[in-house]
Ligand binder design. Structure first.
Ligand SMILES: Cc1cc2nc3c(=O)[nH]c(=O)nc-3n(C[C@H](O)[C@H](O)[C@H](O)COP(=O)(O)OP(=O)(O)OC[C@H]3O[C@@H](n4cnc5c(N)ncnc54)[C@H](O)[C@@H]3O)c2cc1C
Length: 415
């Protein structure tokens, strides 16, 4: 019987562990974290393809709880676009037929971990990867005995030890933007801001590479599956989970060293310096300081042939380890989940024979390169658009066009 060792119990690694377990394949998932819920608290969009993959990977009752704990896009208003003063520039498409659902990353990870059960081993930091004397894939840990398996999968994220071992170096580079995230319950906002933001997500662009995404999450009022008794969402009421963005520079980098209250105050001060209105920054100001965090956007190459640039073998990787994607596509976790489903599918009849396993990995990696290329291309489009507002021409264009767009939108709404 095949034994699979997975390094990394984030979204992709846990999805893989759950899927293998469901198929009766022996698996062990190792993560350095000691608590699955002690992780970033932004929300994750699961499009139709990601939901289909999860339906295959998870036991039906866990999948139902996942839907009952997600916020359906079709139940919220169209996305909005604003300028840095909060003037409406336009709306996104109608979401009435959009099957996607947003779920808190902590809720998603907790449910996936439950599906993996006692095959998940926490508090295990991988320190080395290779093969033992018999050529069997092996991982070493900081404080525990090594683990071996017929197949070893690196699902260890953007700074993956496993993918670096396979590629001989990093598999991605900084994308040029530093992101800041936090969560603000809707009732914490003033009435005027509650009305301006509304039950929708939106993006404000302000020139100089500054942008503010405000995501609306309401897994209670907007549940994707109306089964309140199954809801285990962490977010118990309508909440804005926001992501502020600034171009990388020494000034922005300095913010990365700050935490909580100090980070929130410095971030607001930086946006105010760039001319953002006080009321637009209220959503940052009213955030729970414990939820405010800074992180760098990384991206792998959008060219499919440059992803997973190693010959197929019995050590492979998936998710951000291979195709790190800036969050601007809202598709990174979805792609990691789809990688997991595809690997489970390919391993189906392979058995423990090394040649058959290598052939299964080869098929899996070929499809993953295309998946990765699609999501990185989408994510980088928005990154380039935001960074373009930091050029002389881009800043001038933003200054000139946004008041015109705002005026045109006001006129349209008056009709
Ligand atoms: C602010 C933000 C918003 C996002 N929004 C979305 C969204 O809306 N939709 C979407 O699809 N994606 C989104 N993403 C992206 C998404 O979170 C990632 O793409 C996704 O989690 C990738 O899954 P993964 O399993 O590859 O990596 P991760 O989920 O990052 O998991 C990697 C795991 O490996 C573990 N690990 C790392 N090194 C070691 C080691 N040496 N030993 C043991 N364990 C190790 C880590 O502890 C971690 O648990 C967003 C990301 C950010 C930052």
């Amino acid at each position: 019987m095949v034994r699979v060792v997975v390094v990394g119990g984030g979204i992709g690694g846990l999805a893989l562990g759950a899927g293998l377990r469901r198929r009766g394949i022996e698996v062990a998932v190792f993560d350095r974290d000691t608590d699955v819920a002690a992780t970033g608290g932004y929300h994750i969009t699961l499009d139709q393809r990601a939901q289909t993959a999860l339906r295959e990977l998870l036991p039906p009752e866990v999948f139902e709880r996942l839907l009952a704990s997600s916020s359906a896009l079709r139940l919220r208003d169209r996305d909005a676009f604003w300028d840095r003063r909060g003037r409406l520039l336009g709306h996104g498409p109608d979401l009435g037929a959009d099957p996607s659902a947003d779920i808190d990353r902590i809720t998603l990870r907790t449910l996936l971990a439950e599906a993996v059960g006692d095959d998940l081993h926490l508090g295990r930091t991988a320190t080395g990867v290779g093969h033992d004397d018999h050529g069997t894939p092996r991982v070493e840990f900081a404080d525990a005995a090594p683990a071996t398996g017929d197949l070893l999968v690196g699902a260890d994220g953007t700074h993956s030890l496993v993918a670096r071992h396979l590629a001989g170096g990093p598999t991605n580079t900084p994308a040029g933007i530093i992101g800041f995230s936090g969560r603000t319950p809707l009732p914490s906002l003033s009435r005027s801001e509650r009305e301006r933001l509304g039950p929708r997500s939106g993006l404000a662009l302000g020139g100089h590479g500054a942008a503010l995404y405000v995501g609306y999450l309401d897994p209670v009022g907007n549940a994707a599956l109306d089964r309140p008794e199954l809801c285990m969402a962490l977010t118990t009421g309508p909440t804005y989970i926001w992501g502020a963005m600034l171009p990388e520079s020494s000034a922005t980098d300095a913010l990365r060293g700050l935490h909580g209250e100090a980070l929130r105050a410095a971030l607001i001060a930086r946006f105010a310096e760039l001319g953002w209105s006080e009321h637009v920054l209220e959503v940052l100001d009213r955030a729970d300081p414990h939820t405010v965090a800074a992180f760098r956007f990384n991206a792998a190459s959008p060219r499919a042939r440059e992803l997973a640039p190693w010959p197929a073998g019995r050590i492979t990787a998936l998710g951000d380890a291979v195709h790190a994607t800036p969050p601007t596509a809202g598709m990174g976790a979805g792609a990691a989940v789809r990688d997991a489903a595809d690997l489970v599918e390919n391993l189906g009849g392979a058995g423990a024979d090394p040649a058959a396993l290598t052939a299964a990995v080869d098929r899996f990696e070929a499809a993953m390169r295309l998946r990765g290329s699609e999501v990185i291309t989408r994510g980088m489009m928005t990154v380039r658009w935001i960074l373009a507002t930091d050029t002389v021409l881009g800043a001038a264009a933003t200054t000139l066009t946004t008041p015109l767009l705002a005026a045109a939108t006001r006129l349209l709404h008056r009709r």
